[in-house]
Design a protein. Sequence first.
Lengths: 342, 342
Amino acid sequence: MRRGRSDRTTLFDVAKKAGVSPITVSRVLREPGKVSPELRGRILELIEVMGYVPDQAARALASKHNSTFGVLISAMTNPAFISFMRGIEERVRDTDFRVQYANTHYCVEEEKRQVRLLLSQNTAGIILAGMEGLEQVAELLKQATCPVVQVVDVNLESVGASVSIDHTEAAATATEYLLKCGYRRIAFFGGTSDERGRRRSLGYSRVMKKAGLFQESLIYSENNISAPAGVHLLHAALQEHPDLDAVLCQIDELALGVLFEAQRIGKRVPEDFGICGYNDLQFAAITQPPLTTIRVPLFEMGYRAADLVIRDACGQTKTRSVVNMGFELIARGTTRPPRAVE
Amino acid sequence: MRRGRSDRTTLFDVAKKAGVSPITVSRVLREPGKVSPELRGRILELIEVMGYVPDQAARALASKHNSTFGVLISAMTNPAFISFMRGIEERVRDTDFRVQYANTHYCVEEEKRQVRLLLSQNTAGIILAGMEGLEQVAELLKQATCPVVQVVDVNLESVGASVSIDHTEAAATATEYLLKCGYRRIAFFGGTSDERGRRRSLGYSRVMKKAGLFQESLIYSENNISAPAGVHLLHAALQEHPDLDAVLCQIDELALGVLFEAQRIGKRVPEDFGICGYNDLQFAAITQPPLTTIRVPLFEMGYRAADLVIRDACGQTKTRSVVNMGFELIARGTTRPPRAVE
DNA sequence: CTGTTAGCGCGTTCAC
DNA sequence: GTGAACGCGCTAACAG
């Protein structure tokens, strides 16, 4: 390990030079109003000149609070999280708070480890956007005295506050829509490692069962959710179900792969084959034909989650708010127009 | 601000309960070999039972070093950075180091602010993957005593070590390839805010000039690099240059938009129209036709950058290594086969 | 508005 | 192999 500069300027150095006590310098930085303007001006100048930077560790230790909060994400590689992150950043901007992201790689152990680390840093708050080991992590989280916000399915219990989507309902809506468009042999393409995905698959199954069209073998999943996975899954699905006429994808990227593969093998979309995605990622609007999908307010969710943490950290609000963000079906060109009456 | 639990278990509490001195407990955690096995076992158990978690702030303050390093990224929304991040994570995994990401939003001020914050936290190291305000930030970075690794174009000077790609050369290679394929009116689509993009545009211009085909108006750029931007840029470009027969895109997502738009307006790819991307993102292999692109070892770059930071932080290597990672042209279906001889 | 006293929780140094 | 004393740099609580 490398040492920091041992000659780094400290609060004490500045105070000595200014001929005041350290606490005055400290106050100039934290409660400027409590220091007389002249003194403040002089000290501020000295701080600048001497290149003083407060030591966060010392600050955190002395004051027992920390201005950075952690965001645990199960996969940063998921483009859906990117909008979410941007929402967080937007809320944090112009705030003294800082965000620390950590990737849990869909791994419960890693999730627990990260939570412990955050706790050990006396973190200002935690946003949990992965929910793999919810039960196990919940145990840890209960001990936390800092605000905890989970981003989950609306039906799952959460330890603290939550900002969520009813994924089950969203997938149900999409499935119903596909049925209304007249598709019958509808597959579900998802991932194995994501709880949200399992929720969505639930909504799909419910509607398909109600329509008497459910078949276990219509549910496909792959570990690595990506456009290439969409290609493979469609290929596999068509082998088993040559009469497949639509796919509901757990995420737009899968749908992108499905769309290209359908094109390659000469399926006409949407006439012979319907595709519905999830998330309404940027590219969804410009595929050919444009992708029908479920829009989820990812940016806003990030913003709200950060908002809850920040406001709670400042003691302005309760910790247990539950926010349901809603969703929207965006009907575009990869599905036929719905039929007037069933 | 909210207070941490004042009743949090400390090293001292554990020591008291174990009937030993605090330092022994501390050693169990950091230098287990120096404590007798029985004592160690007993203490480890107590730590578990009492739920003791070390306070990082106290640790950092006392030891003067910090096990988390910062990664400054100009835009986490750029999918190219995601592989880069994964590379970093991979190197860090099973290490005591932690990573803290910060988004600089292509903003010099923000970049400076973040660097200052990292410095004030006595960070273990800094990876700078945005390079907007290089000159201004360099000033700050020179004062750093921690390892600094920049991820930049190979021709740019860096303050510390660097892991880089010769973006100019890469774009030149791609442009030459398009020429070899017989395309003549080749546009360049890029972004305005990214230095890497400017580098690539340089390589494009150089080759086009040499071929006597350069025209300023063939260079297009948009702030927000995305698939929709690709659609708009192609639309705009074809208005001004109806005879356009190829596009070199600064990033695959633009190319995706271009591909779909070309499809929509009935251009035959690659016969009448060539497209080349950059980065070889996951979907590049499965578009229809598959995307010709420049592959850049993003994952490896992240891995190497983290490796440099970690090894330097551990005092094992020099700070000024310059690593050139190379690139590779992946010829796929969005370009015609190259002609034997010009 | 300014200063004094005390101590945050841990690691370093040097003893035993 | 184990411990005592001290201090990291800063802020809380109380004086004045």
